[in-house]
Design a protein around this ligand. Sequence first.
Ligand SMILES: Cc1cc2nc3c(=O)[nH]c(=O)nc-3n(C[C@H](O)[C@H](O)[C@H](O)COP(=O)(O)O)c2cc1C
Length: 200
Amino acid sequence: MYRPVIGIIISTTREGRFGDKPARWIFDIASERSDLVFEMVDLRDCPLPLFEETTGPSHEPPENEMALRWGEKIAGFDEYIFVTAEYNHSIPGALKNALDHAYPEFNRKPAAFVGYGGVGGARAVEQLRLICIELQMAPTRTAVHIGMEPVLGVRREGKNLSDYDLLNESAGATLDELAWWTHALKAGREAAVESVGAER
Ligand SMILES: Cc1cc2nc3c(=O)[nH]c(=O)nc-3n(C[C@H](O)[C@H](O)[C@H](O)COP(=O)(O)O)c2cc1C
């Protein structure tokens, strides 16, 4: 049976980023599920220029070669988990630029969130939810927020994110919600394709 494929997108690209740790942690928990398949997506592997197309991707596909590759990459996923830092109370510019470079590829798919930072990346996640709506995605209500205590525990005390029970619990709840939306929206997308086909 086909298992939906989920892209786990890391939002930052800088040398020495913290982002690898929450991404690896949620990937390990998620990979224990038998109903979904998970793949890590690193923006470093697709170094996009700052947006410079003549029109937005909701109107025309991009011309830039890397942007086309990025679109092809993300089109292959049934849903996404954004692992986002908070830069000046919003999402990192690298992630916003990547989101601006695609549109139909994201449409009608769910998005879940793992935020990290002083207040668990909450302000960035809230802004990201709004951006996802504009991209015609269905952002989940449940999210993981990795606050200062676990961030410092990992950075300064050599702890792992898996040492924090509340984080593990919220990861489980987030994955359960996203699984529901993934199956529901996948069925919806397939039904829409069939009804278009039937009209022809
Ligand atoms: C430009 C910049 C702005 C930041 N602004 C915030 C912020 O608004 N809120 C917050 O909690 N942390 C903020 N931070 C701290 C980041 O949460 C922290 O550096 C985190 O490790 C960044 O993720 P990264 O290591 O994956 O790049 C900021 C960091 C940078 C570099």
